[in-house]
Write a new protein. Sequence first.
Length: 66
Amino acid sequence: MKINKYVEDLKTKSAAELNEELVAAKKELFNLRFQNATNQLDNTSRIKDVRRNIARIQTIITEMSR
C-alpha cells in the first residue's frame, strides 16, 4: 500500500519535478554507499529501497515521454 501511494504521488508530478526527485535520490544513494563503505550505515536495506525508488522514478519518466 505504501509503495502504491508513492507511485501515485510520482505520477502527479511534472517532468521537472521528477528529474529533481531523481537527482535527490541519486545523491542519497551516493551518501548511503559512502556510509556503507566507512561502516557508518546501520540500515543497509535502505540502499535497496533507494535503488528501487530510482527505478520507479525512471520508469515514470519513460512512461511520460511516450
